[in-house]
Design a binder for this molecule. Structure first.
Ligand SMILES: [Zn+2]
Length: 454
């Protein structure tokens, strides 16, 4: 596009005026995370060994140098956290994908190099993946999914033990839809935003990242090309990616950006001449990635016979075909069918939080708890504001929330009951997929009414 000088000046002024009010803060690594940065690094090294046993790492020095140089430029010019030993390898895989493990190891599929229109688009994918690494999204998501088991797992680990091995024991690995590699929409918008800033600092046009993602989506939509499935399912579109980055351009390092630079065409020629890959990720057929396998909610068995559970300072009745899982700070009462992909699809969480001020303020402490839950569950919304009730002789509030279910394409209902226990806030969270909530409401009410405090 060409514009006259006067037109350009107006364009810049308008852009600045329009976006002056909505500069977005750069995202930081935050939210709940039971792992240290050092453990991210250790975990990444262990998983990288697994990956290299399963995929064919390309030995071609030119191709390796090409990707390595883009990665180094982003890490250095983008001034990324030096705590992580970033590394970049090319793997011989025709599917359009790239993934970064916690702590820095990144693997770029040859199919992705083939699919890019210019070097900046490859830099865009790398910058986006690097952002997931420095924002620690993988271990943050694992922590959220395994709120109960991970602290115990880390506490019980022997020095020098394998993190990947311990995580495997609680069902976390690198398979399809791994919690370490499949990101929430809010993690996606954070990785887009930080990735765009990293690109701009390194002299790449940040728009190319969003353009590439949207191009893949358009191709997927029109052709049903399964080569794209894993990448788009791991990095779901958080909304209009191009516009979101355009809005922030005034606050980024300035070009000139040259999207056509580099030796991409020659590299694509090298990819064409590579021998066919020998190794496969487990569960993957020849060249086609595993389909998204998150199950659909199926309903769960609820016995009408209740039995009592004696907890610390409280008692509650629950269906006698459900199981009780005691964690460090909370108890989960759920049918075993309701625990899915390391998260609670159906069931009840019972916990106690010490009041920070020593004396519970029911309204304030409930608000703090809901905020904490919202941080850990992107997309969580209050559906019905807190209502006062009396539970087991104590003042309590009931709040109804909606959030994303661990089941595919499903929202869930979460009813939170917070109880004033003097110096501590006792709370219960009743969870069910939205379509099935009604079916469980009666037993949940029965459980809530059965609570006794001692
Ligand atoms: Zn992503």
């Amino acid at each position: 596009m060409t514009v006259s000088k006067r037109g350009l000046a107006i364009l810049i002024l308008t852009a600045a005026a329009l976006s002056a009010a909505n500069q977005k803060k750069l995202p930081k690594a935050g939210g709940i995370n039971f792992f240290s940065k050092e453990q991210d690094v250790q975990m990444g090294k262990e998983y990288a060994q697994q990956v290299e046993q399963q995929l064919t790492v390309v030995a071609n020095p030119e191709l390796t140098a090409f990707i390595g140089k883009i990665g180094k430029r982003l890490v250095e010019k983008g001034q990324l956290d030096p705590a992580y030993p970033y590394s970049f390898k090319v793997v011989s895989e025709p599917s359009i994908n790239a993934f970064a493990l916690p702590g820095g190891p990144m693997f770029v599929h040859t199919g992705l190099i083939k699919a890019a229109d210019n070097e900046a688009q490859i830099a865009g994918v790398l910058a986006h993946e690097l952002s997931h690494v420095v924002l620690r999204h993988g271990t943050n998501q694992a922590s959220k999914a395994q709120l109960i088991q991970i602290p115990a797992m880390i506490g019980g680990m022997m020095a020098g033990g394998s993190l990947a091995g311990s995580l495997a024991q609680i069902g976390i690995g690198l398979g399809a839809n791994s919690v370490l590699l499949k990101f929430s929409r809010s993690a996606e918008s954070d990785a887009d935003l930080l990735g765009a800033h990293i690109m701009a600092k390194a002299g790449y046009n940040p728009i190319e990242m969003a353009r590439f993602f949207e191009k893949l989506e358009a191709e997927m939509g029109s052709s049903g090309n399964s080569k794209l499935l894993q990448f788009l399912s791991d990095h779901p579109n958080p909304g209009n990616r191009v516009k979101a980055i355009e809005d922030q351009l005034p606050y980024m390092a300035r070009g000139p950006f040259n999207a056509q630079e580099g030796e991409l065409k020659r590299m694509q020629g090298i990819v064409d001449k590579l021998p066919a890959p020998q190794k496969k990720r487990p569960g993957q057929g020849s060249g086609s990635p595993a389909p998204a396998t998150a199950p659909k909610p199926m309903g769960v068995p609820v016995s009408s016979n209740m039995k009592p559970l004696q907890g610390a300072g409280f008692a509650i009745d629950y269906p006698d075909n459900w199981t009780v899982n005691n964690g460090q700070n909370s108890t989960v009462i759920a049918p075993k069918e309701g625990l899915v992909q390391n998260a609670i699809g159906y069931g009840v969480i019972v916990s106690v939080a010490k009041s920070r001020s020593g004396q519970v303020n029911l309204a304030n402490d409930t608000r703090a708890l809901l905020q904490q839950m919202a941080q850990q569950n992107p997309g969580m919304k209050v559906v019905e504001q807190p209502q006062q009730i009396v539970l087991g002789g104590s003042q309590a509030l009931v709040t109804k929330l909606a959030s994303e279910s661990p089941y595919a394409n499903t929202r869930e209902t979460d009813v939170v009951i917070t109880v004033d226990r003097g110096n501590a806030l006792f709370y219960m969270i009743f969870v069910a997929p939205e379509p099935d909530y009604q079916q469980l409401e009666q037993v949940y009410q029965q459980m809530a009414r059965s609570v006794r405090f001692q």
